[in-house]
Ligand binder design. Structure first.
Ligand code: PLP
Length: 389
C-alpha cells in the first residue's frame, strides 16, 4: 500500500483532474469502498460508464474469459466478439454498420469524418460545415472541442479545427437561419446535454432539426456517448423523440467499464467510408467487445422499464423537497438544481456515504441502471437531507 498516495499522484500524474479527497479501492454492484473500508452508494458510475455496477459478475466473467482466450488481434483479422456486438447495435438502433473506436471523442471523430466525406462526395467539397448546439459537449480532441459549443473549453487551444458553427439549443428560428447561412454537411447534438447541465432538448426543436436535415440532405448525427445504452430509459435517447438519425455515436456505458466507442451508421452513410479511410489499432478490441456485449444484451424492455420507474421515483421524491429548486434530465440521467452550491451538496453527500457528480451548477446523478431500489432510496434520502435548507 502506498501511504503518501495523494502526494505521489500530484507528483507523477498530469494535473488535469481536480480529484475529490477520496481514494477508492474496490467495489461491488452499486457499493464502492475507500481505503479505510468505508462503504459508499455510487450514484456516478465513473461518469456513466459502469452501467451494471462495479465488478458485475456477467461483465467480469466475459472479460476474464476473453482475456484468457484472445485479447487483441488488430483489425487485420476476423474475430467474433466485434461481429456479435455490431449486429446487436444495428438491431437495437435499426441502423446498418458500426465503426468501433475507443472513446466518445473518437466515435465523434468518426462521425465527423463520415459527414465530411458524404457531403463532399454528394454536394461538393465546399459543403463541410457541421452545426452543433451552444452548451453542447462532444469531446476533448482538437476537432471534438471545436464541435463543443462552450467557449471556455476552447480558449487555451486555438486554432481549433474549422468548419463548426454553433446555434442555440431549442431556438428553431436561429437553427433555420444558421442552416441557410452555411453549406451544411451535418447537424450534431445530444438529446440531453449532459456536461452542459443535464438539459433535455424540447421535442419541437429535435423535430425541427430532423426536418431541416430531411429537406436539405443534411446528415443527423446524435451524440449518444452519455445518453445511450439505456441511460434515458430507451436504448438510445433519440428513441424518446421518434426521430431516425443517420449516425449515432456512443461510448461511456457501452463497455461497462472498458474503453470502447462506436459510430453506428445508417442507410445513407453505410458505404461512405472505404478501405483505408479510417481505422483504429485498438478499435473492436475483443475484450472490450465481449464486455460490451454483456451490457447490450441486458438492455431489455424490462430493464428499460425499471430505469423509467427509478427515474420517476427520483423526480417525485426530490421535486418539492427543501433546498431543491428543480430536477432535470431523463431516465437515470438526473440534474438537481440545489439552493446550496452543487459542490457543497456533493461533498456533504460523500461524507454521509453517497457519491454524486456535478454538471455545471447542478448535482448530477448517473447511477447503475440496475441499482437496487433500496440503495437508490437510501441515496436519494441522503441527497435530500444534505440539500435541505
Ligand atoms: C463524455 C462525452 C464525450 C467524450 O467522451 P470521451 O470518452 O471522454 O472521449 C462526448 N460526448 C458526450 C455527449 C459526452 O458526454
Amino acid at each position: 500500500m502506498i501511504n503518501n498516495l495523494k502526494e505521489q499522484d500530484k507528483q507523477y500524474i498530469a494535473n488535469t483532474y481536480n480529484r475529490f479527497d477520496l481514494q477508492l479501492v474496490s467495489g461491488k454492484g452499486s457499493y464502492v469502498y475507500d481505503q479505510n473500508g468505508k462503504k459508499y452508494i455510487d450514484m456516478g458510475t465513473g461518469i456513466g460508464v459502469t452501467a451494471f455496477g462495479f465488478a458485475d459478475n456477467m461483465w467480469a466473467n466475459a472479460v476474464k474469459s476473453q482475456a484468457e482466450t484472445l485479447q487483441h488481434t488488430s483489425n487485420l483479422y476476423y474475430t467474433e466478439p466485434c461481429v456479435k456486438l455490431a449486429k446487436a447495435l444495428c438491431k437495437k438502433s435499426g441502423l446498418k454498420k458500426v465503426f468501433f473506436a475507443n472513446s466518445g471523442a473518437e466515435a465523434n471523430e468518426c462521425a465527423i469524418k463520415v459527414a465530411r466525406k458524404y457531403a463532399a462526395d454528394k454536394k461538393g467539397e465546399d459543403c463541410y460545415t457541421i452545426v452543433t448546439l451552444e452548451n453542447s459537449f462532444h469531446g476533448r480532441t482538437i476537432t471534438t472541442l471545436a464541435a463543443t459549443g462552450q467557449e471556455h473549453y476552447h480558449e487555451l487551444f486555438k486554432p481549433l479545427t474549422g468548419g463548426f458553427v454553433h446555434t442555440p439549443a431549442n431556438d428553431i428560428e436561429a437553427l433555420k437561419n444558421t442552416v441557410k447561412q452555411h453549406k451544411v454537411a451535418a447537424i450534431m447534438f445530444e438529446c440531453v446535454q449532459g456536461e452542459g447541465g443535464v438539459i433535455p432538448l424540447t421535442s419541437d426543436f429535435v423535430a425541427a432539426m430532423a426536418e431541416e436535415a430531411r429537406q436539405n440532405d443534411i446528415l443527423l448525427i446524435v451524440d449518444e456517448v452519455q445518453t445511450g445504452n439505456g441511460r434515458t430509459g430507451e436504448m438510445y435517447a433519440y428513441q424518446n423523440y421518434g426521430i431516425t438519425p443517420d449516425i449515432v455515436t456512443t461510448a461511456k456505458g457501452l463497455g461497462g467499464g472498458l474503453p470502447i466507442g462506436a459510430a453506428i451508421l445508417g442507410d445513407k452513410v453505410e458505404h461512405t467510408l472505404g478501405f483505408g479511410d479510417h481505422g483504429s489499432t485498438y478499435g473492436a478490441n475483443p475484450v472490450c467487445c465481449a464486455a460490451a456485449l454483456t451490457v447490450v444484451e441486458r438492455l431489455t424492455n424490462e430493464l428499460l422499464e425499471e430505469v423509467k420507474q427509478k427515474s420517476q421515483y427520483i423526480f417525485d421524491t426530490l421535486k418539492n423537497a427543501s433546498g431543491i429548486e428543480y430536477v432535470s434530465g431523463m431516465g437515470l440521467m438526473i440534474g438537481i438544481k440545489t439552493v446550496k452550491p452543487a459542490a457543497e451538496v456533493v461533498k456533504a453527500a460523500m461524507q454521509k456515504g453517497v457519491l454524486c457528480l456535478t454538471a455545471k451548477d447542478k448535482v448530477r446523478l448517473l447511477p447503475a441502471l440496475n441499482i437496487p431500489f433500496d440503495d437508490l432510496k437510501q441515496a436519494i434520502e441522503i441527497i435530500k437531507e444534505v440539500s435541505a435548507i
